[in-house]
Design a protein around this ligand. Structure first.
Ligand SMILES: Nc1ncnc2c1ncn2[C@@H]1O[C@H](COP(=O)(O)OP(=O)(O)OP(=O)(O)O)[C@@H](O)[C@H]1O
Ligand SMILES: [Mg+2]
Length: 237
């Protein structure tokens, strides 16, 4: 599903460079729930954003379903993000003057809405427990409810891959449990591949793939498959 090889990403910082990723190689199989964990500043978000083609690496390649993101033109990357990827961010990123249903439909606004899409959005909101909140605007929703709208928005295009950066970072722990329950249920039902950055290891189960990053490098020892075999994960050194 996702093949990352020898990924490097440097950012210019004043006179010098910050090496956010220093040769990350990993593989996330289709349909898996993968977590990226590690200390603050270790490169977790950088790796996630590169998987979503939100940025380009300094060197190395990322293939998703066989397509090399790094070889794509700008237009191809835009289409990849629009059609294939569901993003969930810590801060929900909902549009204030749109209702829950309209927020879910945002990915389709440039192409136009159909009655089918509208009922699909309503269906997804029911799936995440918001059937009674369809016409609410973000300020009329709790944080957990807003994040559930964001999850429905990420899923409305039936993405092959869902990328989430600290999706429960702004929520209390009970609401966090609820968000993960929804993510796992949707993943089980749709066989979606999920990659989630988290600080909170409480949500990780033994079946999950764990990518542990430190100082821009993957610590291979942690990236174990459930049967105990090392996943195809290694740092470049
Ligand atoms: N756009 C940028 N410009 C300059 N430096 C950046 C940029 N994005 C990230 N960095 C730097 O790269 C390193 C890795 O950042 P990243 O955001 O990937 O960390 P993280 O593991 O997600 O941390 P956190 O847990 O705090 O979110 C950090 O030192 C950060 O300051
Ligand atoms: Mg981050």
């Amino acid at each position: 599903m996702i093949e990352v090889s020898d990924l490097h990403k440097s950012f210019r910082s004043g006179e010098g460079w910050i090496e956010a990723l220093r040769g990350v190689t990993c593989h996330v199989p289709k349909g898996r729930f993968a977590f990226i964990v590690g200390p603050s500043g270790s490169g977790k978000s950088t790796l996630l954003y590169l998987m979503g083609a939100l940025d380009r690496p300094t060197s190395g390649t990322i293939k998703v379903e066989g397509f090399d993101l790094t070889a794509m033109s700008e237009a191809e990357q835009n289409a990849y993000r629009r059609d294939k990827i569901g993003f969930i961010f810590q801060s929900f990123n909902l549009i204030g003057n749109l209702t829950a249903v309209e927020n879910v439909l945002v990915p389709f606004l440039p192409r136009g809405l159909t009655p089918e899409l509208r009922s699909r959005a309503e269906e997804l909101l029911k799936d995440v427990g918001l059937g009674k909140r369809l016409s609410h605007r973000p300020r009329q929703l709790s944080g957990g409810e807003q994040q559930r709208v964001a999850i429905a928005r990420a899923l409305v295009k039936d993405p092959v891959l869902v990328l989430a950066d600290e999706p429960t970072g702004e929520l209390d722990s009970r609401t966090g449990d609820e968000i993960y329950r929804i993510l796992r249920e949707l993943q089980a039902r749709r066989q979606t591949t999920l990659v989630v950055v988290t600080h909170d290891r409480r949500f990780i189960t033994p079946d999950d793939l764990v990518l542990e990053i430190q100082d821009g490098e993957l610590m291979n020892g942690e990236a174990k498959e459930p049967n105990g075999d090392l996943a195809r994960v290694a740092s470049s050194s």
